[in-house]
Write a protein that binds this ligand. Structure first.
Ligand SMILES: Cc1cc2nc3c(=O)[nH]c(=O)nc-3n(C[C@H](O)[C@H](O)[C@H](O)COP(=O)(O)O)c2cc1C
Length: 208
């Protein structure tokens, strides 16, 4: 990675959300190391950087300081194994504003099975899910990281999920489903809900 590329103008954090069309899918493509090679127009619009400011940059250009390290640790452990991962992530726009998303990945390998590219798709997440469940959890993880490091935020996350008898992905899937039920949205899915598998749920969410 080119060190010079990493020198960026610091972004001043603003506690305000980016206004964006939440029906849209934010998409980017990286190489195996998470260096951005492509971003769709929605990505560019939402994060506020120009294409030329994004290409060749590490994806953490939009990393928000409110994000606990442990979430990216688990994300990368999955990606490097060639597994999709759905994470709820707070991102930082160039303006200093934030936007919350849920991720979906496709992983491209060469003929030897070596990962060459990652395709990341992101959708918006209901505000209620963030405010009631994700923000309090991430805040706790961040505090633990500051006090004792990522080793212990990971232990806390494992304990938290063990108590719920869920994986992280199952947990966030359930939060979003609960929210949908409360809104009585997606009524047509009601009968299938119990049966809906994880893959089916995220396929529906990401329209693919
Ligand atoms: C395709 C792809 C998309 C990613 N999208 C995001 C994203 O939207 N926001 C983010 O903070 N990190 C994203 N990441 C993870 C970053 O590469 C990085 O791990 C993260 O920002 C944390 O920064 P750090 O690893 O330097 O601590 C993505 C990675 C890949 C491979």
């Amino acid at each position: 990675m080119n060190q010079e590329n990493q020198i960026r103008t610091p972004v001043t954090i603003i506690d305000k959300e980016v206004t964006w069309d939440k029906t849209q899918v934010i998409m980017s493509k990286t190489n195996a190391f998470g260096i951005i090679e492509y971003a769709n127009e929605v990505f560019v619009d939402v994060c506020g950087y120009e294409d030329y400011e994004l290409m060749g940059q590490p994806h953490n250009i939009i990393r928000h300081p409110d994000m606990p390290k442990v979430i990216f640790k688990v994300l990368w452990e999955n990606l490097k194994q060639g597994r999709n991962f759905h994470a709820i992530v707070k991102n930082l726009a160039k303006s200093g504003r934030y936007y919350w998303v849920i991720t979906d990945f496709e992983i491209a390998k060469d003929e030897n099975g070596v990962i060459v590219n990652y395709f990341g798709r992101r959708q918006s997440v209901p505000q209620e899910v963030i405010a009631m469940h994700i923000e309090p959890l991430y805040k706790k993880l961040l505090q633990i990281e500051a006090a004792s490091g990522v080793e212990f935020s990971e232990k806390y996350l494992i304990g938290f999920l063990e108590e719920k008898k869920r994986t992280y992905v199952e947990y966030i899937k359930e939060l979003i489903l609960e929210h949908e039920r409360a809104l009585s949205k997606f009524v047509q899915y009601e009968e299938e809900e119990e049966e809906e598998e994880e893959r089916g749920f995220f396929r529906r969410l990401f329209n693919r």
